[in-house]
Design a protein around this ligand. Sequence first.
Ligand SMILES: [Zn+2]
Length: 448
Amino acid sequence: MDPVDTEQGAQSSSEQSPLLGAQTSSNDGHDEPPPTPPEGKKTALIWTVLTGLFAVGLILVFTLPVTDWADPFPTPESILDSAPVIDGHIDLPELVRVYYANNVSAFNLNERMPGHVDIPRLRKGKVGGFFWSVYVSCPKDAGPDFVDPTWRVRDTLEQIDVSRLLIEQYSDTFELTLTSQEVKDAIWNGKIASLLGVEGAHQIGNSIAVLRQFYTLGVRYMTLTHMCHNAFADSGGYLEPLPPLHGGLSKFGYRLIDEMNRLGILVDLSHTSDQTAEQSLKYSKAPVIWSHSSARAVHNVSRNVPDYILESIKTGSNDAVVMVNFAPFYVAPDGKATLESVVDHVEHIGNVAGRQHVGIGSDYDGIGSVPEGLEDVSKYPALVTELFKRGWSAEELRGLTGGNLLRVLDVAERVARELQKAGTPPVLDIYDKRTDLPVERLNVDSPT
Ligand SMILES: [Zn+2]
């Protein structure tokens, strides 16, 4: 039992002293024998109470999971206090681009923002961290082999700049975090841990060298595709699948995953085709994520994850996490998306892949409409409350809110350390459709 109750027990026994004193003083000298001093009974009573408390304590200790010792009677609120939400995908940088042309001094995050995210609402929603998506759209003008010059690398750098400037400008709230340990430390210190994610390999301009530079700027996941194919992999399209180009990953795509594993950048499979996802899940040495994807069996659009892939997470060796997307058009038929329907996706993924493989990837600020009951970042507690009502344990909910993601990030960091320690060289392959470099350059793993 916890110290508070023991203290109360001790207090109530000491409160009997004045009563005993009153009984003693009531003996006014008549022959009537004084009341038997209840010392023996009192001691027995105290021992009975203490033994009872000890027994209850033992039962709790041996029946609750380790993580519940400190919170034997959890509530949705206490769960979120100990494990705040770490959202896999928030598009605040895109909102800043579209609304304010990247001018970070043109608004105040401490006041109401036009989208779904600002500091007061993040605090109300018990947010402990999120991936700032540094998204820019697919190029329409890159040509059939994606080699025509575009502005996507510049634009991505601008979105990284926006994110880093805002994290610095509001440093009493946000902290740029580069490892799972830094995320935990930031949360412990009351900050909102801030990670960066690139949403599509079109943003690296066909160059693995650019990926390495994004890593040095703080990027810790990259989605292999957005809604278009690229040099590395096939996309899953929007609501309907696209005709495949590579049949999943290209050869260059496999090399991209090699480098992501070596660096410690999570492979994100949201937006990819089923083949891309299936092949990456099997090939990646580090756990993969879906930073913002829901379940196709609950709502049938190609953007959602099919059951056979969810099942392969359960049976396979890749410790993946699927972070559920709130976008109404991926969650339910038109006009029907609610908090409960998002919870149905969480439950389905939990049932098929396992509850230790689910997370939250809202897509806030990246979606025009929202489900009823999940209007903005202040509403995560409603999601946790609904799952709590449906029987999710505190431990499972702490996994959902952020623990599962942190576990996966931790393993990806370990894989990267091991690969680097083993002397795995950086991937120096270049895209074979490029003509701007000497044609005799060889695709080799290390310099010759
Ligand atoms: Zn997206």
